[in-house]
Design a binder for this molecule. Structure first.
Ligand SMILES: Nc1ncnc2c1ncn2[C@@H]1O[C@H](COP(=O)(O)OP(=O)(O)O)[C@@H](O)[C@H]1O
Ligand SMILES: [Mg+2]
Length: 319
């Protein structure tokens, strides 16, 4: 659906994207995550041709963006809806008029516009606000209007640039639920730019982590969070404090076994006591995953790792 290969971009002499390579598949919710200034918005704008890149290539729906004329880009953008942090609604226009805009620009008939708007307002749950003005709407409602507007031309891809960053946590969740519904029921591929890990965990199936324009992580959400490498851990702000005696073993619980009492069973069967250093469970979409660090003595360590290998499917590492 979106194929990016060795992409680089400069603003003047500053290189803001370094050698970005990734594929985003049809029908997935893919997150681009990073701190402010990492290059997330720039990468997103490269995807819909609003920014040019210097090296590498970027194909959307099979065509390379860098080789397209302005007219071809205009057609491509019909297939790519976009929503923003601050909604970008026209304050002097009603909900109806805001949503109608893209269709008017493309010359749709009044009849088709009315039909589409009723359908979309039903979909985003704002039927009663059709003739309201943005200033009377809450943040969440404004984003729903913006989402309806982004869907008018029946795009195949929806780009979201920090769409929930100006919203409170509860409203954020409701907008993420709406995006998931859009992805599932309309089959629209969603690229979600965010600086919030909670957004990634709730909505995305895969993610790219950007730091200073470079990829520092790419993959399935579950493996990114379950087995974060050092850079990822730093990114998440996790510094493990570990006992300096014995052996520290980190256990990763995939979603299928996180709720089983493996550690207590192991303690009982091996007739051993473990120090529990720290542990946590996390919700990733509908799944729960966990990791736990235990501390055992040097002499206990071999039987613990043997038990883990033979009797469980737990992934572990010595820290
Ligand atoms: N139009 C621009 N001109 C020059 N520099 C820019 C422009 N837009 C963004 N930048 C710079 O590019 C880097 C990446 O910005 P951006 O893509 O907006 O990051 P993010 O969305 O992750 O916060 C930053 O250093 C920013 O200052
Ligand atoms: Mg940005």
């Amino acid at each position: 659906m979106i194929e990016i290969s060795h992409l680089s971009k400069h603003y003047g002499s500053e290189k803001v994207l370094h050698d970005i390579t990734l594929k985003i598949d049809k029908n997935e919710i893919f997150a681009i995550v990073g701190h402010s200034g990492a290059g997330k918005s720039t990468l997103l704008r490269c995807i819909n041709g609003l920014e040019k890149y210097d090296e590498g290539y970027l194909k959307v729906l099979g065509t390379e963006i860098g080789k397209m004329s302005e007219e071809e880009l205009r057609y491509l953008r019909k297939d790519i809806g976009m929503i923003f942090q601050h909604f970008s609604l026209l304050e002097q226009k009603s909900v109806y008029q805001n949503i109608a805009l893209p269709m008017q620009l493309w010359g749709y008939s009044k009849n088709d516009i009315d039909k589409k708007i009723d359908e979309l307002l039903g979909f985003v749950g704002l039927k009663s606000k059709k003739h309201s003005y943005p200033k009377l709407l809450s943040g969440g409602e404004k984003q729903r209007v913006a989402i309806a507007r982004a869907l008018t031309l029946e795009p195949k891809i929806l780009l979201s640039d920090e769409a929930t960053s100006a919203l409170d946590p509860k409203t954020t969740l409701s907008i993420l639920e709406l995006l998931k519904t859009i992805n599932k029921t309309l089959g629209i591929t969603i690229v979600l730019v965010t600086h919030e890990m909670s957004v990634v965990k709730t909505a995305a199936s895969r993610a790219l982590l950007l730091e200073s324009g470079r990829i520092i992580g790419l993959g399935e959400i579950e493996s990114l969070f379950l087995k974060p490498d050092e850079r990822m851990r730093k990114f998440l702000g996790e510094e493990d404090i570990l006992p300096d005696h014995g052996v520290n073993i980190r256990l990763y619980f995939p979603s299928t076994i996180s709720d089983k009492a493996i550690v207590t069973a192991m303690a009982r069967e091996l007739d051993m006591d473990f120090g529990i250093v720290w542990g946590r469970l996390e919700k990733l979409g509908d799944k729960v995953v966990g990791s736990l660090v235990i501390n055992v003595s040097e002499s206990q360590a071999p039987s613990v790792t043997e038990y883990l290998n033979k009797k469980t499917k737990i992934v572990w590492e010595v820290l």
